[in-house]
Design a protein around this ligand. Structure first.
Ligand SMILES: *Cc1c(COP(=O)(O)O)cnc(C)c1O
Length: 384
Protein backbone atom coordinates (compact mmCIF):
# COMPACT_ATOMS: atom_id res chain seq x y z
CA UNK A 1 0.00 0.00 0.00
CA UNK A 2 1.28 3.44 -0.95
CA UNK A 3 0.28 6.29 1.39
CA UNK A 4 0.28 10.00 0.69
CA UNK A 5 3.33 10.85 2.78
CA UNK A 6 6.09 9.36 4.89
CA UNK A 7 9.30 10.34 6.63
CA UNK A 8 12.85 9.40 5.66
CA UNK A 9 15.17 8.67 8.59
CA UNK A 10 18.68 7.45 7.73
CA UNK A 11 21.65 6.13 9.74
CA UNK A 12 23.10 9.65 10.22
CA UNK A 13 19.77 10.79 11.72
CA UNK A 14 19.75 7.79 14.05
CA UNK A 15 23.35 8.42 15.17
CA UNK A 16 22.49 12.06 15.96
CA UNK A 17 19.64 10.93 18.22
CA UNK A 18 21.81 8.24 19.82
CA UNK A 19 24.43 10.85 20.71
CA UNK A 20 21.88 12.84 22.70
CA UNK A 21 20.67 9.71 24.47
CA UNK A 22 24.25 9.14 25.65
CA UNK A 23 24.73 12.79 26.71
CA UNK A 24 23.86 14.71 29.88
CA UNK A 25 20.76 16.46 28.55
CA UNK A 26 17.65 14.88 27.13
CA UNK A 27 15.79 18.19 27.25
CA UNK A 28 16.71 21.89 27.64
CA UNK A 29 20.22 21.08 26.48
CA UNK A 30 22.39 22.38 23.63
CA UNK A 31 20.63 20.60 20.73
CA UNK A 32 17.59 22.88 20.94
CA UNK A 33 19.59 26.06 20.40
CA UNK A 34 21.56 24.37 17.64
CA UNK A 35 18.36 23.38 15.86
CA UNK A 36 16.80 26.83 16.30
CA UNK A 37 19.95 28.53 14.97
CA UNK A 38 20.12 26.15 12.03
CA UNK A 39 16.52 26.75 10.91
CA UNK A 40 16.66 30.52 11.53
CA UNK A 41 19.89 30.85 9.52
CA UNK A 42 18.56 28.69 6.71
CA UNK A 43 15.45 30.88 6.41
CA UNK A 44 17.17 34.19 7.06
CA UNK A 45 15.12 34.97 10.18
CA UNK A 46 16.60 36.47 13.35
CA UNK A 47 14.91 34.30 15.98
CA UNK A 48 13.44 30.80 16.25
CA UNK A 49 11.61 29.08 19.11
CA UNK A 50 11.34 25.27 18.96
CA UNK A 51 8.23 23.74 20.55
CA UNK A 52 6.32 20.46 20.85
CA UNK A 53 4.42 20.78 17.55
CA UNK A 54 3.04 23.34 15.09
CA UNK A 55 -0.24 23.48 16.99
CA UNK A 56 1.47 24.74 20.15
CA UNK A 57 3.63 27.00 17.94
CA UNK A 58 0.47 28.63 16.53
CA UNK A 59 -0.97 28.85 20.05
CA UNK A 60 1.96 30.74 21.60
CA UNK A 61 2.33 32.86 18.45
CA UNK A 62 -1.28 34.03 18.92
CA UNK A 63 -0.61 34.74 22.60
CA UNK A 64 2.55 36.67 21.72
CA UNK A 65 0.51 38.67 19.20
CA UNK A 66 -1.76 39.64 22.09
CA UNK A 67 -4.79 37.80 20.71
CA UNK A 68 -7.53 37.42 23.31
CA UNK A 69 -11.24 37.62 24.10
CA UNK A 70 -13.07 40.01 21.78
CA UNK A 71 -10.42 39.73 19.05
CA UNK A 72 -10.77 38.00 15.68
CA UNK A 73 -8.31 35.84 13.72
CA UNK A 74 -8.82 35.20 10.02
CA UNK A 75 -7.49 32.21 8.15
CA UNK A 76 -8.16 30.05 5.10
CA UNK A 77 -10.85 27.33 5.23
CA UNK A 78 -8.59 24.99 3.22
CA UNK A 79 -6.16 24.11 5.98
CA UNK A 80 -5.71 21.79 8.91
CA UNK A 81 -8.01 22.74 11.81
CA UNK A 82 -5.01 23.89 13.91
CA UNK A 83 -4.67 27.12 11.86
CA UNK A 84 -8.07 28.19 13.23
CA UNK A 85 -8.09 26.49 16.64
CA UNK A 86 -5.15 28.58 17.84
CA UNK A 87 -7.47 31.59 18.09
CA UNK A 88 -10.02 29.63 20.11
CA UNK A 89 -7.33 28.60 22.64
CA UNK A 90 -6.88 32.32 23.32
CA UNK A 91 -10.61 32.99 23.63
CA UNK A 92 -10.72 34.84 20.29
CA UNK A 93 -13.12 34.36 17.38
CA UNK A 94 -12.28 32.91 13.98
CA UNK A 95 -13.42 33.98 10.54
CA UNK A 96 -12.54 32.52 7.17
CA UNK A 97 -11.34 34.14 3.95
CA UNK A 98 -12.23 32.21 0.80
CA UNK A 99 -9.51 30.67 -1.38
CA UNK A 100 -8.07 31.60 -4.76
CA UNK A 101 -9.38 29.25 -7.45
CA UNK A 102 -5.90 28.65 -8.93
CA UNK A 103 -3.49 28.29 -5.99
CA UNK A 104 -6.11 27.27 -3.37
CA UNK A 105 -4.35 29.62 -0.97
CA UNK A 106 -6.19 32.47 0.75
CA UNK A 107 -7.48 34.80 -1.98
CA UNK A 108 -6.02 38.27 -1.57
CA UNK A 109 -8.95 39.75 -3.51
CA UNK A 110 -11.37 38.12 -1.08
CA UNK A 111 -9.21 39.30 1.82
CA UNK A 112 -9.23 42.89 0.58
CA UNK A 113 -13.01 42.88 0.13
CA UNK A 114 -13.58 41.32 3.54
CA UNK A 115 -11.28 43.89 5.17
CA UNK A 116 -13.28 46.75 3.62
CA UNK A 117 -16.50 45.31 5.02
CA UNK A 118 -14.94 44.55 8.41
CA UNK A 119 -13.63 48.10 8.68
CA UNK A 120 -17.10 49.48 8.03
CA UNK A 121 -18.51 47.11 10.65
CA UNK A 122 -15.75 48.00 13.13
CA UNK A 123 -14.56 44.41 13.42
CA UNK A 124 -11.13 44.19 11.80
CA UNK A 125 -9.02 41.10 12.52
CA UNK A 126 -6.12 41.33 14.94
CA UNK A 127 -4.24 38.45 13.31
CA UNK A 128 -4.42 36.97 9.79
CA UNK A 129 -3.02 33.46 9.24
CA UNK A 130 -2.14 32.76 5.60
CA UNK A 131 -1.49 29.05 5.02
CA UNK A 132 1.03 28.06 2.35
CA UNK A 133 -0.93 25.12 0.97
CA UNK A 134 1.18 22.29 -0.45
CA UNK A 135 4.28 24.42 0.23
CA UNK A 136 3.46 27.23 -2.18
CA UNK A 137 3.70 30.65 -0.54
CA UNK A 138 0.64 32.87 -0.41
CA UNK A 139 0.83 36.30 -2.04
CA UNK A 140 2.71 37.63 0.99
CA UNK A 141 3.73 40.94 -0.55
CA UNK A 142 0.12 42.02 -0.98
CA UNK A 143 -0.95 40.55 2.35
CA UNK A 144 1.83 42.57 3.98
CA UNK A 145 0.59 45.75 2.26
CA UNK A 146 -2.93 45.08 3.54
CA UNK A 147 -1.54 44.41 7.03
CA UNK A 148 0.08 47.85 7.00
CA UNK A 149 -3.08 49.51 5.67
CA UNK A 150 -5.49 47.81 8.11
CA UNK A 151 -3.21 47.26 11.10
CA UNK A 152 -3.36 43.50 11.63
CA UNK A 153 -0.52 41.09 12.40
CA UNK A 154 0.48 38.37 9.95
CA UNK A 155 1.22 34.87 11.23
CA UNK A 156 2.22 32.48 8.44
CA UNK A 157 1.19 28.86 8.85
CA UNK A 158 4.17 27.53 6.92
CA UNK A 159 3.70 23.94 8.15
CA UNK A 160 3.92 22.73 4.52
CA UNK A 161 6.60 25.12 3.40
CA UNK A 162 9.94 24.30 5.03
CA UNK A 163 12.43 24.80 2.17
CA UNK A 164 10.01 26.73 -0.07
CA UNK A 165 11.01 29.98 -1.75
CA UNK A 166 9.10 33.17 -2.40
CA UNK A 167 10.37 36.25 -4.24
CA UNK A 168 13.90 34.90 -4.09
CA UNK A 169 13.91 34.41 -0.29
CA UNK A 170 13.10 31.43 1.90
CA UNK A 171 9.65 30.99 3.41
CA UNK A 172 10.18 31.51 7.15
CA UNK A 173 12.31 34.64 6.68
CA UNK A 174 9.32 36.67 7.93
CA UNK A 175 10.16 39.34 5.33
CA UNK A 176 6.41 39.96 4.91
CA UNK A 177 5.05 38.77 8.25
CA UNK A 178 5.43 39.06 12.01
CA UNK A 179 5.89 35.35 12.62
CA UNK A 180 5.98 32.07 10.71
CA UNK A 181 5.29 28.56 11.99
CA UNK A 182 6.76 25.24 10.81
CA UNK A 183 5.61 21.68 11.56
CA UNK A 184 7.99 18.74 11.86
CA UNK A 185 5.34 16.01 11.94
CA UNK A 186 6.57 12.90 10.06
CA UNK A 187 4.43 13.58 6.97
CA UNK A 188 5.91 17.08 6.57
CA UNK A 189 9.13 18.05 4.76
CA UNK A 190 11.54 17.32 7.64
CA UNK A 191 10.65 15.62 10.91
CA UNK A 192 11.44 15.56 14.61
CA UNK A 193 8.72 12.97 15.37
CA UNK A 194 6.47 15.66 16.76
CA UNK A 195 7.74 19.20 16.61
CA UNK A 196 7.16 22.77 15.60
CA UNK A 197 8.85 26.16 15.50
CA UNK A 198 8.00 29.84 15.45
CA UNK A 199 10.29 32.18 13.52
CA UNK A 200 10.33 35.96 13.88
CA UNK A 201 12.52 39.02 13.37
CA UNK A 202 11.06 40.80 16.41
CA UNK A 203 13.02 40.63 19.65
CA UNK A 204 9.89 41.54 21.60
CA UNK A 205 7.85 38.69 20.10
CA UNK A 206 10.78 36.31 20.58
CA UNK A 207 10.96 37.11 24.29
CA UNK A 208 7.22 36.54 24.69
CA UNK A 209 7.37 33.27 22.75
CA UNK A 210 10.11 31.86 25.00
CA UNK A 211 8.10 32.81 28.09
CA UNK A 212 4.89 31.15 26.83
CA UNK A 213 6.85 28.04 25.85
CA UNK A 214 8.00 27.47 29.41
CA UNK A 215 5.44 28.36 32.12
CA UNK A 216 5.88 32.14 31.80
CA UNK A 217 9.04 31.73 33.86
CA UNK A 218 12.07 34.00 33.47
CA UNK A 219 15.56 34.02 34.97
CA UNK A 220 16.40 37.35 33.34
CA UNK A 221 16.52 40.16 35.99
CA UNK A 222 15.46 42.65 33.30
CA UNK A 223 11.96 41.12 33.27
CA UNK A 224 11.56 40.71 37.05
CA UNK A 225 9.36 42.80 39.31
CA UNK A 226 11.94 42.89 42.09
CA UNK A 227 15.62 42.32 42.79
CA UNK A 228 16.70 38.65 42.64
CA UNK A 229 16.66 36.77 45.99
CA UNK A 230 19.71 34.75 44.97
CA UNK A 231 21.19 32.34 42.43
CA UNK A 232 18.14 30.00 42.69
CA UNK A 233 15.70 32.76 41.88
CA UNK A 234 13.23 32.87 39.02
CA UNK A 235 9.87 34.55 38.50
CA UNK A 236 6.70 33.52 36.76
CA UNK A 237 5.47 36.69 35.06
CA UNK A 238 2.62 35.33 32.90
CA UNK A 239 0.70 32.09 32.33
CA UNK A 240 2.78 29.92 30.04
CA UNK A 241 2.85 26.21 29.21
CA UNK A 242 5.30 23.37 28.94
CA UNK A 243 5.62 23.32 25.15
CA UNK A 244 9.35 22.53 25.12
CA UNK A 245 10.86 20.28 22.49
CA UNK A 246 13.28 17.61 23.74
CA UNK A 247 16.96 17.55 22.75
CA UNK A 248 16.34 14.07 21.30
CA UNK A 249 13.91 15.61 18.82
CA UNK A 250 16.08 18.67 18.17
CA UNK A 251 19.07 16.45 17.31
CA UNK A 252 16.94 14.63 14.76
CA UNK A 253 15.83 18.04 13.46
CA UNK A 254 19.44 19.26 13.06
CA UNK A 255 20.33 16.12 11.17
CA UNK A 256 17.22 16.36 8.97
CA UNK A 257 18.04 20.01 8.20
CA UNK A 258 21.30 18.83 6.59
CA UNK A 259 19.15 16.81 4.20
CA UNK A 260 16.46 19.45 3.58
CA UNK A 261 17.68 20.62 0.18
CA UNK A 262 17.94 17.02 -0.99
CA UNK A 263 14.40 16.29 0.29
CA UNK A 264 12.95 19.33 -1.46
CA UNK A 265 14.85 18.70 -4.70
CA UNK A 266 13.39 15.19 -4.90
CA UNK A 267 9.88 16.47 -4.16
CA UNK A 268 10.27 19.12 -6.91
CA UNK A 269 11.45 16.47 -9.34
CA UNK A 270 8.48 14.21 -8.54
CA UNK A 271 5.99 17.11 -8.74
CA UNK A 272 7.33 18.11 -12.18
CA UNK A 273 7.14 14.47 -13.23
CA UNK A 274 3.49 14.23 -12.08
CA UNK A 275 2.74 17.39 -14.11
CA UNK A 276 4.01 15.64 -17.24
CA UNK A 277 2.57 12.16 -16.57
CA UNK A 278 -0.90 13.52 -15.79
CA UNK A 279 -1.05 15.84 -18.80
CA UNK A 280 -3.67 13.89 -20.74
CA UNK A 281 -5.82 12.85 -17.79
CA UNK A 282 -9.06 14.68 -16.90
CA UNK A 283 -7.35 16.46 -14.01
CA UNK A 284 -6.24 19.96 -13.15
CA UNK A 285 -2.62 19.85 -11.98
CA UNK A 286 -1.20 22.43 -9.54
CA UNK A 287 -0.76 26.02 -10.66
CA UNK A 288 2.50 27.61 -9.52
CA UNK A 289 2.86 31.40 -9.35
CA UNK A 290 5.91 32.88 -11.08
CA UNK A 291 7.25 34.35 -7.79
CA UNK A 292 7.10 30.99 -5.99
CA UNK A 293 9.16 27.80 -5.77
CA UNK A 294 7.07 25.38 -3.66
CA UNK A 295 8.50 22.73 -1.33
CA UNK A 296 5.71 20.30 -2.40
CA UNK A 297 4.57 18.92 0.94
CA UNK A 298 1.60 17.52 -1.01
CA UNK A 299 0.56 17.25 -4.66
CA UNK A 300 -3.11 18.20 -5.14
CA UNK A 301 -5.10 17.58 -8.31
CA UNK A 302 -8.68 18.53 -9.11
CA UNK A 303 -10.85 16.07 -11.00
CA UNK A 304 -12.70 17.45 -14.01
CA UNK A 305 -16.02 15.70 -13.27
CA UNK A 306 -17.49 16.92 -16.55
CA UNK A 307 -15.15 14.37 -18.19
CA UNK A 308 -15.19 11.61 -15.54
CA UNK A 309 -18.07 9.20 -14.98
CA UNK A 310 -17.05 8.09 -11.50
CA UNK A 311 -17.79 9.74 -8.18
CA UNK A 312 -15.00 10.86 -5.89
CA UNK A 313 -15.88 8.05 -3.44
CA UNK A 314 -15.48 5.52 -6.26
CA UNK A 315 -12.12 6.96 -7.29
CA UNK A 316 -10.82 6.70 -3.70
CA UNK A 317 -12.15 3.13 -3.29
CA UNK A 318 -10.90 1.84 -6.66
CA UNK A 319 -7.45 3.34 -6.05
CA UNK A 320 -7.35 1.72 -2.63
CA UNK A 321 -8.23 -1.66 -4.15
CA UNK A 322 -5.22 -1.10 -6.42
CA UNK A 323 -2.87 -0.39 -3.52
CA UNK A 324 -2.84 3.42 -3.52
CA UNK A 325 -4.31 5.47 -0.69
CA UNK A 326 -5.45 8.89 -1.86
CA UNK A 327 -6.12 11.69 0.55
CA UNK A 328 -7.93 15.01 0.70
CA UNK A 329 -6.37 18.19 2.03
CA UNK A 330 -8.63 19.52 3.45
CA UNK A 331 -12.27 19.34 4.52
CA UNK A 332 -13.17 23.08 4.68
CA UNK A 333 -12.61 23.98 8.34
CA UNK A 334 -15.65 26.26 8.54
CA UNK A 335 -17.93 23.23 7.83
CA UNK A 336 -16.62 21.22 10.79
CA UNK A 337 -19.38 20.72 13.40
CA UNK A 338 -17.37 22.66 15.98
CA UNK A 339 -17.26 25.74 13.73
CA UNK A 340 -20.87 25.28 12.57
CA UNK A 341 -21.90 25.40 16.22
CA UNK A 342 -20.13 28.75 16.38
CA UNK A 343 -22.35 30.03 13.57
CA UNK A 344 -20.30 29.35 10.43
CA UNK A 345 -22.09 28.29 7.24
CA UNK A 346 -20.70 26.50 4.18
CA UNK A 347 -21.92 29.34 1.88
CA UNK A 348 -19.35 31.69 3.44
CA UNK A 349 -16.61 30.29 1.22
CA UNK A 350 -18.01 29.06 -2.13
CA UNK A 351 -14.59 28.54 -3.77
CA UNK A 352 -13.49 26.34 -0.87
CA UNK A 353 -16.66 24.25 -1.24
CA UNK A 354 -16.11 23.81 -4.99
CA UNK A 355 -12.50 22.84 -4.29
CA UNK A 356 -13.65 20.25 -1.74
CA UNK A 357 -15.88 18.61 -4.38
CA UNK A 358 -12.98 18.07 -6.78
CA UNK A 359 -9.67 17.94 -4.93
CA UNK A 360 -7.56 14.92 -4.06
CA UNK A 361 -3.98 14.42 -2.91
CA UNK A 362 -1.67 11.99 -4.70
CA UNK A 363 1.18 10.24 -2.87
CA UNK A 364 4.36 12.31 -2.77
CA UNK A 365 7.37 11.83 -0.52
CA UNK A 366 11.15 11.73 -0.71
CA UNK A 367 11.27 7.95 -0.85
CA UNK A 368 8.73 7.50 -3.65
CA UNK A 369 10.45 5.89 -6.64
CA UNK A 370 9.87 6.80 -10.29
CA UNK A 371 8.45 3.28 -10.81
CA UNK A 372 5.96 3.68 -7.96
CA UNK A 373 4.94 7.03 -9.37
CA UNK A 374 4.40 5.46 -12.82
CA UNK A 375 2.27 2.78 -11.18
CA UNK A 376 0.14 5.41 -9.37
CA UNK A 377 -0.46 7.26 -12.64
CA UNK A 378 -1.31 4.02 -14.51
CA UNK A 379 -3.85 3.03 -11.84
CA UNK A 380 -5.31 6.51 -11.86
CA UNK A 381 -5.73 6.43 -15.66
CA UNK A 382 -7.43 3.03 -15.33
CA UNK A 383 -9.81 4.24 -12.62
CA UNK A 384 -10.70 7.60 -14.20
C1 LIG B 1 0.41 19.70 10.08
C2 LIG B 1 -0.22 21.02 10.14
C3 LIG B 1 -0.45 21.71 11.34
C4 LIG B 1 -0.23 21.09 12.68
O1 LIG B 1 1.02 20.57 12.83
P1 LIG B 1 1.40 19.70 14.12
O2 LIG B 1 2.90 19.80 14.15
O3 LIG B 1 0.91 18.32 13.85
O4 LIG B 1 0.76 20.32 15.30
C5 LIG B 1 -0.94 23.00 11.28
N1 LIG B 1 -1.24 23.58 10.12
C6 LIG B 1 -1.09 22.94 8.95
C7 LIG B 1 -1.41 23.66 7.69
C8 LIG B 1 -0.57 21.64 8.93
O5 LIG B 1 -0.45 21.01 7.76
Amino acid sequence: MIFYGKQDVNETDIRAVEEVLRSDFLTQGPAIERFERCVADYCGAKYAVAVTNATSALHIACLAAGLGKGDVLWTSPITFVASANCARYCGADVDFVDIDDKTYNMSVTALEEKLRQAEAAGRLPKVVVPVHLAGQSCDMKRIHELATAYGFMVLEDASHAVGAEYLGGKVGSCAFSDMAVFSFHPVKIITTGEGGMVLTNSKELYEKLTLYRSHGITRDPAFMTQESDGPWYYQQINLGFNFRMTDIQAALGCSQMQRLDEFVARRRYLAARYDKLLERLPLVTPHVMSDSVPSWHIYIVRVDFSRVKRTKQEIFEKMRERGVTLNLHYIPVHTQPYYEQLGHRSEECPEAMKYYEEAMTLPLYYDLTDEEQNMIVDKLREVL
